[in-house]
Ligand binder design. Structure first.
Ligand code: V47
Length: 365
């Protein structure tokens, strides 16, 4: 055992990690409270290397946000426009085709498509959206619709979610992203996103998605008003669902960006916090194959370090992330070139391996 772990008083947790024993709620609280981040990171790196060795997965992807109109009014969100707001937009199928045109000669494996909850959009709109992407890029996997959007789509479809998922799959849906989970706490739900599907609702939809044979991710939004206890409960709740469905591919801790939100007074998360979230996720979520360092939120620099603190995935090229910092200032990169991404991972001492949306390896040849 490394001295750093013994010095931090984590020998018992090290013992469990070595034996592949599951960590408890109390272990989770200790990992959050212990001042020595290096000890927590060293433990997480053990697990990361046991599961993925030196590999860091990445994907050539792009994001499309088909509407910013949303009636959920979440206090942590800077992206939405209320219905009736002149800033509101909806991308029609033709707009999507035009949006993809500049990328026609680029190798892209995944299109990540999510948006606000726009009550005006009919069921057919969502099917047309998928068909439009598929018509121009039949080679690309579509990762679309959070659990919140899926609940809305089923509402307007007036059909059971299971039937809706079959329709969406037929139209081209390959898997679902992990958004909309925020923090599974009734207190935080009430305080920050009360109009949105509640926590149990998110689980019910995720269960149905996995039952339909679709894989998804899961997220946690941290760095706002949540407590350490709420975060540990969130992680254990997701771990429980994964035991049940085995449908999650990857966990994505999302660092809260307060800019232009109702919570602008909250300081941005620190490098310490970001690395700790990654490490604790790796340690508690023993049944998740992958933990993602989403470089957009934590900077490419911290994402490099995160590859030694539990993360084995760095998302990808991204190509314009509008959920936060839509203005794309110089300090907020929104795209990384393929070569830049490879260099970033290699310089961090890890081996970049290209994947598709479902973690199939892309043949380098
Ligand atoms: O659910 C909203 C978050 C999520 C802010 O599955 C914010 O691979 C930070 O889920 N600061 C949507 N975060 C994005 C998402 C995601 C992103 C990347 C990869 C994957 C994946 C999923 O964005 C929302 C919410 O939790 N969000 N506002 C904000 N101000």
């Amino acid at each position: 055992m490394e001295a750093v772990i013994a010095r931090a008083g984590l020998a018992d947790i090290y013992g469990k990690v070595e034996k592949g024993e599951r960590l408890s709620y109390e272990d989770g609280l200790r990992l959050y409270r212990i001042p020595d981040l290096t000890a927590v990171g060293t433990l997480a790196n053990h697990v990361r290397e046991r599961m993925s060795e030196d590999t860091t997965y990445y994907v050539r992807n792009l994001h499309i946000n088909y509407t910013n109109i949303c009636n959920k009014l979440c206090k942590f969100c800077s992206f939405y426009a209320k219905p009736g707001d002149p800033r509101g937009y909806v991308l029609a199928a033709d707009d999507i085709v035009a949006r993809l045109d500049p990328y026609r000669d680029q190798e892209i494996r995944e299109i990540h498509m999510v948006a606000g909850i726009n009550p005006k959009l009919p069921y057919q709109y969502y099917l047309d959206l998928l068909s439009a992407v598929r018509s121009v890029r039949p080679d690309v996997q579509i990762k679309a619709f959070t659990m919140i959007e899926l609940a809305q789509i089923a509402r307007v479809a007036k059909k059971p979610l299971a039937d809706v998922l079959e329709d969406l799959k037929d139209a081209g849906l390959a898997c679902c992203p992990g958004g909309g989970a925020e923090v599974f706490s009734d207190r935080v739900h009430e305080e920050l996103f009360r109009a949105k599907l509640d926590n149990e609702g998110w689980f019910e939809v995720a269960r149905e998605v996995h039952r339909a044979g679709l894989k998804s991710n899961a997220t946690m939004l941290y760095g706002h008003i949540e407590t350490v206890e709420e975060k540990v409960k969130h992680l254990l709740h997701i771990r429980e669902l994964q035991d049940e469905t085995k449908g999650f591919l990857c966990f994505v801790p999302l660092a809260f960006d307060p800019a232009s939100t109702e919570l602008e007074h909250i300081p941005v998360t620190t490098g310490q916090q970001n690395l700790r979230e990654i490490a604790i996720a790796r340690l508690l979520l023993d049944n998740f194959p992958h933990i993602k360092a989403f470089w957009i939120m934590i900077t490419p620099q911290i994402a490099q370090l995160a590859l030694w603190y539990g993360a084995d995935d760095i998302d990808g090229t991204v190509n314009h992330y509008e959920i936060t910092h839509a203005l794309g200032t110089a300090s907020h990169r929104q795209v990384l070139g393929h070569d830049e991404l490879l260099a970033l991972v290699s310089e961090a001492g890890r081996v970049p391996v290209e994947r598709d949306a479902l973690y199939n390896l892309v043949d380098a040849a």
